[in-house]
Design a protein around this ligand. Structure first.
Ligand code: HAX
Length: 436
């Protein structure tokens, strides 16, 4: 398999590099941990190495060293579209090399061959009560697929630790191949009377999701899916879904078990649900004004909201200190594809108005928009108006990054994670004894 060959060729060098670091500099201190960091979600503590993605506070996300604008330029595009093929992105994440068009198409073809979802998986989802959250159905679908894990079977039959990554890779390709179909199945079941539309073999992975939820006639939505699935694919290793997936897989739980756990974290309101909060807020502002407000009226409205202690969703970030380039890419899409959409005009006006207001308030570390300030409004434009489904779309994309990370974690023979906890009394004693 060409991706396995590509990883295999790099492995001796990588394993040597890690061994050298551990052998020569194993006791080198990277950072200290303070009491307030322990009590504030281990924020900022550097506990992981990811060579797949990195979030720079001022440049935003880099995937395999490339910025978002660079990749939008350099990745091979889908036929007749200015947007990248997800197959090319996945190749980049896994192989650490920019794909040629042929390599990107080869990943897309692998996905086509592996995309069929077993009937029992759909039956499990169908049997759930009507009000079940789409993220629960998505996570259950992934869990049901676990029966297919190549790694779990190989592990049961005994396989060398050095080879675990090969079967993780098989599982990763099999799972990612099925994600657009799984998400479309859930969308159709919940919101479109259970219609079923088979994938179109002539379409790429991203556009096939659009096709399977009956948006075939709308090539602009195909492009939005390509952009969305590209932009949400990874955001380094410390966020909840990435960290959870990494942690679970360190116990050698297979790709399905690990990714389902990651999706359960993504389903939390402080993580992947932020986009629906943001759209709700925008629709409230739109209803309040009844039309696009003047900038001055909006400024006053925002000042009032903040004065009453409101949190404006879509603005601020734990790491970024600039406009999220993933927001910028989506805003450029909105300006080009739907310049007269009033909700997206409002997104733009908020962007021109709110950062100054937040900055003047003086307490926000980052007054700039994050990725969630616009993504829901774009889906809304194309009639995908079911807020609670948006996190599933996020999950479809993010599993590309999660699986790339855990394939490489096994390839680099990373061990089980086991940090240590303390009691409050121990902490108090340590502080007392230090004379602090
Ligand atoms: N509106 C109003 N006040 C804000 C704010 C916003 N958008 N962002 C931060 N603040 C306030 C905080 O509440 C905090 O106030 P207090 O000191 O009174 O508690 C103060 O500014 C300092 O916070 P911070 O250091 O700037 O921000 P944090 O690193 O603590 O938190 C958050 C970062 C993203 C959680 C935060 O900015 C926020 O809640 N934003 C709105 C929700 C949102 O957009 N979430 C999506 C984040 C993107 C993501 O990861 N998606 O998966």
């Amino acid at each position: 398999m060409f991706i396995a060959d590509c990883i295999e060729a790099q492995l001796p060098g990588w394993r040597d590099r890690v061994q050298h670091l551990r052998g020569k500099s194993g006791d080198f201190k990277v950072c200290d941990v303070t009491v307030s960091q322990i009590y504030s979600g281990i924020r900022g503590v550097q506990i992981q190495v990811s060579d797949i993605s990195y979030v720079d506070p001022y440049e935003g996300l880099r995937l395999r060293g490339y910025t978002i604008p660079e990749l939008l330029d350099l990745l091979p595009k889908a036929a007749g579209s200015p947007m990248p093929l997800a197959g090319g992105l996945y190749y980049l994440l896994l192989c650490d090399a920019l794909p040629t068009r042929q390599q990107a198409e080869m990943v897309e073809e692998e996905w086509r061959q592996r995309s069929e979802i077993p009937a029992y998986v759909c039956n499990v989802i169908r049997r759930m009560p009507a009000g079940t959250h789409p993220m629960t159905l998505f996570s259950m679908g992934i869990m049901a697929l676990q029966r297919e894990s190549v790694f779990a079977k190989k592990y049961d039959n005994g396989t060398a630790r050095e080879d675990h990554w090969r079967y993780y890779l098989e599982d990763a390709l099999n799972l990612t191949a099925k994600l657009p179909g799984l998400a479309a199945f859930i969308y159709n079941l919940r919101y479109q009377d259970g219609i079923t539309i088979p994938p179109d073999p002539d379409l790429d992975w991203s556009a096939n999701f659009a096709h399977m939820i009956d948006r075939s006639g709308n090539p602009d939505y195909h492009d939005l899916c390509r952009l969305f699935f590209f932009l949400h694919s990874d955001h380094e290793g410390g966020n909840v879904s990435a960290h959870a997936t990494h942690l679970i897989s360190s116990a050698l739980s297979d790709v399905y078990l690990s990714c389902a756990g990651g999706m359960n974290g993504l389903a939390g309101p402080l993580h992947g649900l932020a986009n629906q909060e943001c759209l709700k807020w925008l629709l409230d502002v739109q209803t309040y004004f009844g039309k696009i407000p003047s900038q001055e009226d909006l400024r006053q409205y925002l000042i009032d909201q903040l004065r009453h202690g409101a949190l404006i969703p879509g603005y601020g970030h734990a790491v970024l200190r600039t406009t999220d380039p993933r927001f910028t890419a989506q805003l450029a899409f909105a300006r080009k594809y739907m310049p007269s959409d009033e909700l997206l005009q409002l997104v733009d006006l908020v962007y021109q108005t709110l950062p100054d207001v937040l900055q003047a308030q003086g307490k926000v570390s980052n007054p700039w928009p994050n990725v969630d300030a616009i993504n829901g409004a774009l889906q809304y434009h194309f009639g995908v108006k079911e807020f609670d489904f948006y996190t599933v779309l996020f999950g479809v994309s993010r599993i590309m990054g999660l699986t790339a990370h855990i394939v490489w974690a096994r390839a680099l023979l990373k061990p089980i994670e086991r940090p240590k906890s303390l009691t409050t009394e121990m902490l108090e004693t340590m502080i007392r004894n230090s004379g602090h």
